[in-house]
Design a protein around this ligand. Structure first.
Ligand code: FAD
Length: 406
C-alpha cells in the first residue's frame, strides 16, 4: 500500500451531489478530494431538471454553457392520463433545461475542478475507522490500493449506496414506489409538440405505476422511458426492448404516434430496485447525500435537484462540524432538513399515484395551484408554513388508515 494523503473532505462519486458538495466545500476553504470510479463522460439516467435545479445551475454561472451545449429549455411538464384523458400542464417557474447526463455531469465535474476540488479516478473499496470514527477511505486506482484520510467522508455514490453496503450507514429499506422497473432508450426523429412546447417533458400514465416519460435531451434526440410494475415486467417481458414495446402498446397510443418514425440510438436498458431509503445516513466522520441515502420515484424528476441541494446543504454542516470539532449538532440538522423535504416530496408523489385525477384538480385550485407548482419545481425543502404539504399529508394518512382498517 502506498503512502496516504489527507483532506478535510473526501467525496465518493462525482455525480451532481458530489460535484455540488465539493464546490460548496471549496468555497468554504476546505480541501476536497473527489474519487470517481467511472471515466467521464459516462451515461446516466435522469435527464429532466426541475426549476430549482435550473436556479442552482445559473448560480454556478453555467447558463451560457448549458445553452451552448444544446440542452433544450424545459417550458414545463405535460401530464397525460389514461387514454389521453385528464391532461394537465405544469409550468416551470424558474427557467431550466433538459440534459444529456453524460455531458451535464461532466460540466459539473469541470466546474468542481475549477473551484479547486482535486479529482482521482478510482474505485472506493472500503472505509478506514479509528475508535469507531470514520477517518478515511481505501480506493483502487492504477491497479494499486491507496489510502486517503478525511475529516469527513461524504458518500455521493448514488444507487451504489456505498456506506450502506459497508455497514457504516443503515440498511437499504424499500420505499412505497420500489416495485417498478424502468426501461429506457434514446431516439432520433420523435414527433414533438409545436414550439414553444416542443421541449416539454411529457409524462403519460395508464394506471398506478404504469407510466412513461418522453424527454427531449438535445435538438434531435429524445429519451423514452417505460416504467411498469416488477411482476408485470417479469411476466410479459424478457428484456428492456419488450418492456418498451409493451409500453407503446399499452400505456398510451400517444407514445406509438410520436415514435412511429423514430430511430433508436444504441441499446435500451432496464433498472430495478431504485426506490429506497437508508437510516441512519449521518455519523461520526461521515454523511450521505443524494441517491446514496434516498431515492423516491422518478415521476416528478426530483433526483438531480435534490442531489444538488443536499450537496450544498451538507457542505454547511461539514464546515460547522470541522470548525466546531463536533459533528452531532450540524449533521443531525442536515439529516432533519433532508428528511423533512424528502417526506414532502414522497407525499406529493404518493398523492399523485393514489388520486391522479384529484391531483389534476388541485393543479387548478386557485388556493393551492401556486404552491403545488412550486413544490413540483423542487421547493420541497423551502415550504415552511405552506398549506399544500399539510393537505397532501392528511389525505395520505387518511388513505393509510382506511387501508389498515379495510
Ligand atoms: P449519481 O448521479 O448516480 O452519481 C454517483 C457517482 O458515484 C457515479 O458517477 C458513480 O460512478 C460513482 N460511484 C459509485 N460508487 C463508487 C465507488 N465505490 N467509488 C467511486 N465512485 C463511485 N432525476 C432527475 O432529476 N430527472 C429525471 O428525469 C430523472 N429520471 C430518472 C429515471 C430513473 C429510471 C431513475 C432510476 C432515476 C431518475 N432520476 C431523475 C434520478 C437521478 O438519476 C438521480 O437522483 C441523480 O443522478 C442522483 O445524483 P447523485 O449525485 O446522488 O448520484
Amino acid at each position: 500500500m502506498s503512502a496516504f494523503k489527507s483532506y478535510d473532505v473526501v467525496i465518493i462519486g462525482s455525480g451532481p451531489a458530489g460535484s455540488l458538495c465539493g464546490i460548496e466545500c471549496r468555497k468554504k476553504g476546505l480541501s476536497v478530494l473527489c474519487i470517481e470510479k467511472d471515466e467521464f463522460p459516462r451515461f446516466h439516467i435522469g435527464e429532466s431538471l426541475t426549476g430549482n435545479a435550473g436556479q442552482i445551475i445559473r448560480d454556478l454561472g453555467l447558463a451560457e454553457e448549458m445553452d451552448a451545449a444544446g440542452f433544450p429549455d424545459k417550458p414545463g411538464v405535460n401530464v397525460i392520463g389514461s387514454l389521453s384523458k385528464n391532461e394537465f400542464f405544469i409550468p416551470i417557474l424558474a427557467p431550466t433545461w433538459q440534459v444529456r447526463r453524460s455531458d451535464f455531469d461532466n460540466m459539473l465535474k469541470r466546474k468542481a475542478l475549477e473551484h479547486g476540488v482535486e479529482y482521482q479516478q478510482g474505485l472506493v473499496k472500503d472505509v478506514i475507522k479509528h475508535e469507531g470514527k470514520v477517518v478515511g477511505a481505501i480506493y483502487k486506482a492504477d491497479d494499486m490500493e491507496h489510502q486517503v484520510r478525511s475529516k469527513v467522508l461524504v458518500d455521493a455514490s448514488g444507487q451504489n449506496t456505498f456506506l450502506s453496503r459497508k455497514g457504516v450507514a443503515g440498511k437499504r429499506e424499500i420505499e412505497f414506489f420500489s416495485q417498478q422497473i424502468a426501461s429506457f432508450a434514446h431516439y432520433k426523429g420523435v414527433e414533438r409538440d409545436l414550439p414553444p412546447f416542443s421541449t416539454n417533458t411529457t409524462i403519460l400514465y395508464s394506471k398506478q405505476y404504469h407510466w412513461s416519460w418522453i424527454i427531449p435531451i438535445s435538438p434531435d434526440t429524445d429519451s423514452l422511458g417505460i416504467v411498469i410494475p416488477k411482476d408485470l415486467y417479469y411476466k410479459e417481458c424478457k428484456n428492456p426492448d419488450d418492456a418498451i414495446e409493451w409500453g407503446m402498446e399499452n400505456i398510451s397510443p400517444e407514445i406509438r404516434r410520436r415514435f412511429q418514425n423514430a430511430e433508436r440510438l444504441g441499446d435500451s436498458q432496464s433498472m430495478a430496485d431504485f426506490s429506497y431509503r437508508i437510516e441512519p445516513f449521518v455519523g461520526d466522520g461521515w454523511l450521505c447525500i443524494g441517491d446514496a441515502h434516498r431515492f423516491l420515484d422518478p415521476i416528478f424528476s426530483y433526483g438531480v435537484s435534490f442531489a444538488m441541494k443536499e450537496g450544498i446543504r451538507a457542505a454547511d454542516a461539514i464546515k460547522q462540524a470541522i470548525d466546531g470539532n463536533e459533528w452531532k449538532t450540524p449533521f443531525y440538522a442536515y439529516r432533519d432538513w433532508s428528511n423533512g423535504g424528502q417526506q414532502i416530496a414522497a407525499d406529493l408523489i404518493r398523492y399523485f399515484w393514489i388520486y391522479p385525477i384529484f391531483f389534476g384538480y388541485q393543479m387548478q385550485n386557485p388556493d393551492l395551484r401556486d404552491e403545488v407548482i412550486r413544490l413540483l419545481g423542487g421547493c420541497c425543502f423551502d415550504c415552511e408554513g405552506w398549506k399544500a404539504p399539510t393537505i397532501f399529508r392528511n389525505a395520505i394518512e387518511e388513505y393509510d388508515r382506511k387501508q389498515m382498517v379495510g
